[in-house]
Design a protein around this ligand. Sequence first.
Ligand SMILES: [Zn+2]
Length: 450
Amino acid sequence: MNAVNVRPLAYLIIGVAACGSPRLRDARDIAASLATDVGPRLAGSPGDHAAVAWAERTMRELGLSNVHTEPVMVPVWRRGVEKAELVESHQGLAVTALGWSGPTPEEGIVADVVEVGSLEALAQMPKDAVAGKIVFANVVMPRTDDGHGYGKTVPVRLFGPKAAMDAGAAAFVVRSLSTSTDHDPHAGSTALREVANPIAAGALATADADLLHATLARGAPVKMKLVLRPERGPDAPSANVVGEVPGAKKPDEVVLLGAHLDSWDLARGAIDDGAGCGIVLQAARVIAARHRPSRTVRVVLFAAEENSVAGAKAYAAVHAPEVDKIILAMEADSGTDRARYVKLLGDPAKAAAFERIAHGLERLGIARADGDARPGTDVAPLVALGVPTIEVRQDATRYFDIHHSALDTPDKLDADALAQVSSAFAEIALGVADLDGDLGRVPEAKRKAE
Ligand SMILES: [Zn+2]
């Protein structure tokens, strides 16, 4: 058994005091620095370029080696003016354009609103009930501790705009995918990127979706004025940013820790995904300062997760020839709360090694769960090539209160929880880097994400 499995938690956390960079003491400080010093950083924006520079600088400051960027071209979509109001009552509604939304005319559109409760209900609407109207998809996202409420409702945001467009709708608005009731709309992507001349698609703040629903429930027609003026630009240069703790014995074999560097433009991206950047950078920093792992531990901060997953797709394509040397790929993109359990997706015949490593996490309050790990968005292209993944499942109960909204600010970061998650990443990375064997490859039938 590897010595890492019996190392006290305090060693991993307190040991960092001597790791240089008093400015960035822990995972929280790193996340807060990205959210404060860079802020919003949508792919291809000036904030995105500042984030790449921040990542290179911070990796060096934290003691990582081989720090470099790997260029990626990212698609560009920019938000413009956005306004919505109920025409009869002149009440304003807080709205934001969804990613890849088309624009309304400059003066906006005024149309009757038709409410639907699901994608299936939209598909069953007679065409003349939808044509020329603003479709309002009002699906309440359930609060769950594992985040599956998002998985259940996100298809409405992703595919609702195209379905409404195909049915002849003038525009589409969705109730924000949020578990809180407030006046902050939550941004997010749609499947309109590949669509020519898409309709305008926006998200209403949950409190305003409630207002619209209550107004429609009176039975009289309700007109909305909607102005959304986003635009697309030509693809722009960005980069995945990479830093390493070089392996002492097998430097060409890699344990990859990923998070995404970009954020939605409304958000300062403290929890999504400053937290993940903080978790993996802190884990690598502790390993660099205290250990000489047999294999290389590599941090990759991916570009453009939010608008296209362009960074992760490019990484897997470029590194496909040496993918057999990537022993494990893990991702931190689940916010700022404590980890509860870990799961593996790898070769079932090699699960004993994972069980030993997971056993060492019990004193962090992290259990081993049965069933396959769910690959994160940015490691999914590597998992599709057979690279095993270990999922560190964090409590997601609060995550979607602020996800993709202007509420995603550094005050939400929980230093203790981030230290726990970061310690788990460090222990797993070290444990796998020092394994005599490996975790095999993901069986062919399980390589595609559900
Ligand atoms: Zn994210």
